[in-house]
Write a protein that binds this ligand. Structure first.
Ligand code: HPA
Length: 277
């Protein structure tokens, strides 16, 4: 089946459940950050496995549903759980939901994730605005035939993370008294956490954080001309920085610990979300 036909079927199904009202922002919630979706008002939840052509999430801590409703005066669609490359999905499958968003007419994307902190001057629990990313792994969601209806073959990545959204987030964080960081996120495929040597390499390369998500979605969003904001919750110091092993429980625990700040920041940013169109 043609990709555009599949995307339209997915979009039609979501609209049949949630209505046709314009959605202002789509939010993707990372590991341990999914509780935020419970704050959405007048919410309709749609399990991924009910949506035609949608992949289904397999990670503990990821629920696997869309929550559509109102947050801070805006209509939002929230992905509670996302798809990761390490689960076995192709990059194109990983970004499928982002493409559905675009087909639904959504032009703003708010990506969040849990990430390892590479910057030695920062701390677990810090929140970081993604100002840019590094993807050294060869695969790309746009590898193969270009879906021309979505965007051009070759496309710009200098504005992958929207400047106005970054500035808005810095302003809101300052108003809320949240000490926000701004840095470069580097994609690793996982599911193994990185080695200490890989983290040393990431630091030399210019990375402040490492993680296993977000980059494919940001690339697909850029391809389609969407306005993207990325925020990482730095859940742990990356491998080899502290003399201790890494584990997924620490990632979830830190997410739980910073829940209040994270939620306040997301709400503040959604409230102040610039009108682009
Ligand atoms: N590495 C990669 N992904 C992560 C990490 C990490 O240290 N922490 C949370 N997600």
């Amino acid at each position: 089946m043609d990709l555009m036909d599949m995307l339209n079927e997915s979009a039609d199904y979501i609209r049949s459940r949630a209505g046709n009202d314009r959605i202002d922002v789509a939010i993707v919630l990372g590991s341990g950050l999914g509780d935020m979706a419970d704050e959405i008002e007048d919410a309709i939840a749609i399990d991924y496995h009910d949506i035609p052509h949608f992949p289904v999430s397999t990670v503990p801590g990821h629920k696997g549903r869309l929550v559509i409703g109102r947050l801070e005066g805006h209509r939002v669609m929230c992905m509670q759980g996302r798809f990761h490359y390490y689960e076995g999905y192709s990059m194109a499958e990983v970004v499928y939901p982002v493409r559905v968003m675009k087909v639904m007419g959504i032009d703003s994307l708010f990506l969040t994730n849990a990430a390892g902190c590479v910057n030695k001057g920062w701390n677990p629990g810090d929140l970081m605005i993604i100002k840019d990313h590094i993807k050294l792994i060869a695969d790309s969601p746009l590898r193969g035939a270009n879906p021309d209806a979505l965007g051009p073959r070759f496309f710009d990545m200098t504005r992958a993370y929207d400047k106005a959204l970054i500035e808005t987030t810095e302003k809101i964080a300052a108003e809320l008294g949240i000490n926000i960081r701004k840095g470069v996120y580097m994609l690793f495929t996982g599911p193994a956490f990185e080695t200490p040597a890989e983290i040393g390499f990431a630091r030399i390369a210019g990375a402040d954080a490492v993680g296993m998500s977000t980059v494919p979605e940001a690339i697909a969003a850029s391809h389609m001309g969407m306005h993207t904001l990325g925020i990482s919750c730095l859940t742990n110091m990356a491998a080899g920085i502290l003399d201790q092993p890494l584990n997924h429980e620490e990632v979830l625990e830190t997410g739980e610990r910073v829940k209040k700040d994270f939620s306040a920041l997301v709400r503040g940013v959604i409230k102040a979300w610039p009108v682009f169109f």
